[in-house]
Design a protein around this ligand. Structure first.
Ligand code: SF4
Length: 204
């Protein structure tokens, strides 16, 4: 994948807080919609935990409308910023050890394992592999996981078989997303042109 696509330069975001916001907003929507929402937040100078926490939730929801599920996502962002401020800010929060940080993130209402691991890997630089729908689809089609495998089970495949290296995990996840978007489509995978075609199980 790296040879085909080159480095992906993830996560797209100017600051660690912007990465965290992007990780919340990107659930169930295309990144282009997230970019519009982040652009609106930037225009209103709301891309700091303090400012976002201070803004009224309805106003926040209307600014992130393009990202879909905007009322739910506004609540999640408010929950996240409240927790950051309770922990004396972003720097102290992200400096927690991996298990403490993951536990803290998962205890925030509305933050699931994919969002938590995205924040850990891309904002905190921790060696946590991120699993998303593309990861599940590609690795299921390649016979490496069961179709109904849960998040932690899929994540363990990577955590147990790769040396813990945040830079590698960063690039690997980004390349999986690129492969999923460009080739491993839901209904009609373009295996003949895909860089992973040589890794397909026999008979596929
Ligand atoms: S070869 Fe590519 S498109 Fe085909 S199943 Fe594998 S990842 Fe998906």
């Amino acid at each position: 994948m790296l040879a085909s696509f080159g480095p992906q330069g993830w996560w797209p975001g100017k600051t660690r807080f912007e990465m965290m916001v992007g990780a919340v907003l990107t659930q169930n929507t295309a990144w282009t919609n997230v970019e519009k929402a982040i652009g609106a937040l930037r225009k209103e100078k709301l891309l700091t935990p303090e400012r976002m926490h201070a803004v009224e939730e309805g106003e926040l929801a209307s600014l992130i409308r393009s990202a879909g599920y905007f009322n739910i996502k506004a609540r999640r962002l408010k929950n996240l910023t409240a927790r950051l401020l309770e922990n004396s800010g972003l720097d102290r929060f992200l400096r927690k050890d991996s298990s403490g940080l993951r536990g803290e993130l998962l205890s925030i209402n509305g933050i699931g394992p994919e969002t938590a691991d995205s924040i850990m890997l891309y904002a905190a630089g921790k060696s946590e592999f991120v699993v998303d729908a593309y990861t599940k689809r590609i690795f299921t089609r390649h016979g490496l996981i069961e179709e109904n495998a849960g998040y932690e089970e899929v994540k363990a495949l990577f955590m147990d078989n790769l040396a813990p290296d945040a830079a590698v995990f960063n690039e690997y996840h980004a390349l999986i997303v690129r492969t999923g978007k460009d080739y491993c489509r839901t209904k009609t995978p373009l295996c003949g042109e895909c860089p992973l075609k040589g890794f397909l199980p026999a008979g596929r």
